[in-house]
Design a protein around this ligand. Structure first.
Ligand code: MG
Length: 330
């Protein structure tokens, strides 16, 4: 069993890796943005390849996101209410304040002729809960201190605990089977959110993790660039795969797995990777409170209408993945 290594990649170093990765690839290398629409129909994968790298989306792919995030949001409110009293605002008010802050920052930046400084959903949640609390009459110092501590001591632990509890049945077994059937495969996660496979108790099956939230807050990458469907997270993954795991650059030997046709399949297909769409009819996709990347809003309709062009395989559950990979890879 490979040792889990969680990579929070420094952008400059990773960018250099990504450039090397692009240089190592054939002429079909993807552009740095997802503007190129993939119109060709996905080719039927051949079973003469070795699986070198497999990457996973996390939210709604390995666990259901809505109950996980809702529980974390409520944990933060309970934490703060226990310390500051019943006047602490409820989640709906926090969300409304988050939206107001986001719009205000964008307006102020536009007035300056620039874009707002990178700020993750996590950071905006802290700002939103703090401002909402102050507007409810809670002293500023109490609001700042309690929300900041509550985010780390209540929200994050609850998100991880719920993901651990709600990991889809059979997901861990599937990940273990992939490790066993494809020795040497590098396994990574690429998420637009805050979750991590390690936090959900699946760390032993992963070699690296890329979190948009970490890229934004820790490495000052703008949200539009840090989040799928921008190609940047996949470029980082390629850099890690080449530098740390000897990835050959053969696109057919890389499979990406996710529940979102745009953010997962379309985005991975910009690199000609094989794609697996996890399409569980019982899972209601998580809808964030806003702030999705511009590309997501502008591209989604067209990409989903032509999903055949970017989806190579469809499964309803990750537990079906080992069997699918057996058909694709030696
Ligand atoms: Mg997802």
């Amino acid at each position: 069993m490979a040792t889990a290594r969680i990579a929070r990649v420094a952008p400059a170093r990773a960018d250099a890796r990504a450039r090397r990765a692009r240089g190592a690839r054939a002429s079909s290398t993807a552009p740095s943005t997802p503007a190129r629409a993939t119109r060709r129909r996905a080719e039927a994968p051949r079973r003469d390849e070795r699986l070198e790298v497999i990457t996973f989306d996390l939210d709604d792919t390995l666990w259901p996101t809505t109950p996980v995030v809702n529980a974390a949001n409520e944990a933060l409110i309970e934490w703060c209410s226990a310390r500051l009293g019943g006047r602490f605002p409820r989640t709906a008010r926090v969300h409304a304040t988050m939206k107001r802050i986001r719009e205000q920052r964008e307006c102020e930046a536009a007035a300056r002729g620039t874009t707002a400084e990178p700020m993750s959903y996590a950071a905006i949640r802290i700002a939103g809960a703090t401002r909402a609390a102050i507007e409810c009459g809670i002293p500023e110092s109490d609001a700042v201190a309690t929300v900041a501590r509550g985010y780390h001591l209540a929200w994050i632990p609850m998100r991880n605990a719920m993901a651990r509890e709600l990991v889809y049945p059979g997901a861990a077994e599937a990940l273990r089977a992939i490790r066993e059937r494809h020795p040497g495969v590098a396994v990574g996660s690429i998420t637009n959110g805050f979750g991590s496979a390690a936090g959900a108790g699946l760390g032993e099956f992963f070699d690296f993790e890329i979190s948009a939230e970490a890229l934004i807050d820790e490495h000052m990458v703008h949200g539009e660039m840090a989040r799928k469907p921008n190609a940047y997270p996949f470029q980082l993954a390629m850099g890690i795969a080449i530098a740390d795991h000897g990835y050959s650059g053969d696109a057919d030997s890389w499979t990406h797995v996710g529940d979102d046709v745009l953010n997962d399949c379309y985005c991975a297909k910009q690199f000609d990777f094989k794609t697996v769409h996890v399409c569980d009819p019982t899972t209601k996709p998580y809808e964030s409170g806003g702030g999705a990347p511009y590309a997501e809003k502008s591209l989604r309709g067209g990409v989903e209408a032509n999903s055949d062009a970017v989806v190579d395989g469809v499964i309803s559950h990750v537990r079906e993945l080992p069997e699918l990979l057996d058909r694709w890879y030696v």
